[in-house]
Design a protein around this ligand. Structure first.
Ligand SMILES: NC(=O)c1ccc[n+]([C@@H]2O[C@H](COP(=O)([O-])OP(=O)(O)OC[C@H]3O[C@@H](n4cnc5c(N)ncnc54)[C@H](OP(=O)(O)O)[C@@H]3O)[C@@H](O)[C@H]2O)c1
Length: 309
């Protein structure tokens, strides 16, 4: 598995990472198989969040690392905080206390002394950049967090954070995949009046490249907001036909082609897959070895129902 450098950090991460959002409900035996399978395919990067399964995913992940005797220095662990959820309340909270508490809770669930990356999960409209900066300084100085990043944030909000935060923000985790291409659509349809021209993503693609932030693509196989998987889905016949044809040509699976489509983009994105199945992880990891041509890439984009003016 090829590695990429996350932002301008020293982190050498597999360009396909495994998200453990869906691990909370797995048996200990199954969770161990999932992690061992990922590692056997060269995945060294794992992504979690304090809210996944209300903490159960990180706990299951940490337990698995221990059971499987996986050495901490062989892997990179990222977790996210900021979202606060209970039975009858929900908010995003970038207060110093909450950010520090989120990290400490994750360290104890995962059973580690430090996170390689701590990411702000979703924007807090009530953000006070100075307070975030104070929390980041404390977390960095105590050795609990090595690097910081954001998720689902637009470029101007990142600039706002940077007015106070001194650490580089090395990643932005965003939904992106064949069936979720807003960042590309707006680039292609610039200055037009159709829906695809709507600026929903605040030119994040160009911003991330200019500022050397690695885009981590979440839910690479999903359509809509957790609408389901498009691979082998009869609702997307044209797309599946093209994916199937390319899978045959490259002697691989449709999911590998879906991953390769993201990796083909020159922004050097990192794909965060979420499968818990050994077979699916193996299929997606094959995407690392597929180098799609420009024409393949555009064929897939068009087969997904997009328009190239
Ligand atoms: N920052 C954010 O706001 C945000 C939001 C959502 C997710 N994330 C991150 O992104 C990660 C990935 O999200 P995701 O789980 O939605 O990603 P995904 O890889 O697009 O979807 C994985 C799901 O698809 C299923 N699946 C069905 N057919 C499959 C096939 N042929 N190949 C592979 N998987 C197939 C998997 O089931 P099996 O397990 O049976 O394979 C699994 O339930 C999460 O774990 C999390 O770390 C971040």
């Amino acid at each position: 598995m090829k590695k990429i450098r996350l932002g301008n950090s020293e982190l050498n991460a597999s360009r396909i990472g495994l998200g453990v959002m869906r691990m909370g409900t797995r048996s200990e035996r199954d969770a161990q198989k999932t992690i061992e399978s990922a590692i056997s395919h060269g995945i060294n990067f794992f992504d979690s969040a304090n809210v996944y399964g209300a903490g159960k995913s990180s706990t299951a992940f940490g337990r698995t690392l221990k059971d499987a005797k996986i050495s901490r220095d062989k892997i990179l662990i990222q977790s996210k905080g900021g979202i606060v959820r209970g039975d009858n309340f929900k908010r995003v909270d970038y207060s110093k206390e909450n950010l520090i508490q989120s990290v400490e809770d994750e360290l104890s669930r995962i059973g580690t002394d430090y996170l390689d990356v701590f990411v702000l999960h979703r924007p807090d409209v009530l953000v006070e950049p100075d307070e975030v900066a104070e929390a980041f300084n404390i977390l960095e100085q105590s050795g609990k967090v090595r690097y910081f990043g954001v998720s689902n944030q637009n470029s101007l909000d990142i600039e706002l954070l940077k007015t106070a935060v001194k650490q580089p923000l090395i990643v932005n985790q965003l939904q992106f995949g064949i069936m979720h291409t807003g960042m590309i659509d707006q680039q292609i349809h610039v200055n037009m009046t159709d829906d695809a021209a709507n600026m929903r993503d605040a030119e994040l693609l160009a911003y991330s490249r200019i500022h050397n932030m690695t885009i981590q693509t979440w839910s690479p196989l999903q359509f809509g907001y957790f609408g389901g998987v498009f691979v082998d889905n009869p609702d997307f016949p044209e797309l599946n036909e093209v994916l199937g044809k390319l899978a045959d040509e490259y002697h691989t699976s449709k999911s590998a082609i879906a991953v390769a489509w993201i990796l083909r983009h020159p922004a050097n994105m990192q794909v965060i897959i979420g499968s818990m199945s050994e077979h699916h992880i193996q299929e997606m990891a094959e995407g690392d070895n597929v180098n799609l041509t420009r024409q393949d890439w555009y064929d897939i984009y068009l087969a997904a129902g997009n328009v190239l003016p």
